[in-house]
Design a protein around this ligand. Sequence first.
Ligand code: SF4
Length: 330
Amino acid sequence: MNHSRKPAVCRPIIIGMNKPQVEEFLTPLRSCRLCPRRCGVDRTAGQTGFCRAGALPRVALASLHHWEEPCISGTRGSGTVFFSRCNLACVFCQNRSISQQDRGADIPVDRLAAIFLEQQQRGAHNLNLVTPTPYVPQIIAALALARDSGFHLPVVYNTAAYDSLETIEALRGWVDIYLPDLKYCDETLAVRYSRAPGYFSHAIRSISAMIQQVGDCVFDEEGLLRQGIIIRHLALPGQAEDSRRILRAIRENFGPDIWFSLMNQYTPQPGMGDYQELERPLSAAEYDGLIDFALSLGLENGFIQEGGTASESFIPFFNLDGVIPGGNPP
Ligand code: SF4
């Protein structure tokens, strides 16, 4: 008798999909090049690369989020789905319990599709995929399943912009709104703070592809974003010069009408060790100076954050709510 055993990780992710669909979605995971690290690992065989993501999507929280830009959060909230693990390694990450300590639950794709539908049933204005890059094939498969069951919300791809061009192209027709965070211009900072070589050039290329794909921002009659892109930048303490370079790059690469979001919500994390320059919040003077600089460049389609927003209260509690029905922290 000829016994053949498929890798155990494959079985739970094929529910609801026929064989060609399964093959199509597994293929990018067999030699992973979803991001510029291009690890080449076979995630369907249990191998992992820099981000440690496996074949199953790992999710830490599915909730209604009210702290995004007003055109994303609206009145009812954005349907955030927080994915665990990350292809960056930011030393200041406020979500480090899920991005670096891997808190979350592995779920099959059909459960991910159900989560998307549950966000719609909850009244979310959109589906907001947070740190989705390592799971793009699984997300597309889940969106296909969800759409078959009536899912129709705008899909937001909330990324650090360290995505490969193939990944952005694969998302054509699946994503309506891109929310890329353009973090650094300076290569030394990108490597020191996020271990992300070539970050700026990769991110600019990815963002250009996103703009080419979804075009100008389209708002509905309630002011909610239905399609388009908002480029975010989280200003770091002591790095105003790099932030100015980012703003200049946004203006030069994408013109004065691009929508951007200048964020001051940087929250110092405990135990920064070798990165003591990051152990304080952004000052009001630093932030105001950047706002003035953006205006001086003619960038006027912008969102700013008012008041002191650096607060632990903006960090979600990753307790697996909405991930597994009745789920509890592992
Ligand atoms: S998504 Fe993860 S495994 Fe794939 S190339 Fe990027 S870091 Fe490597």
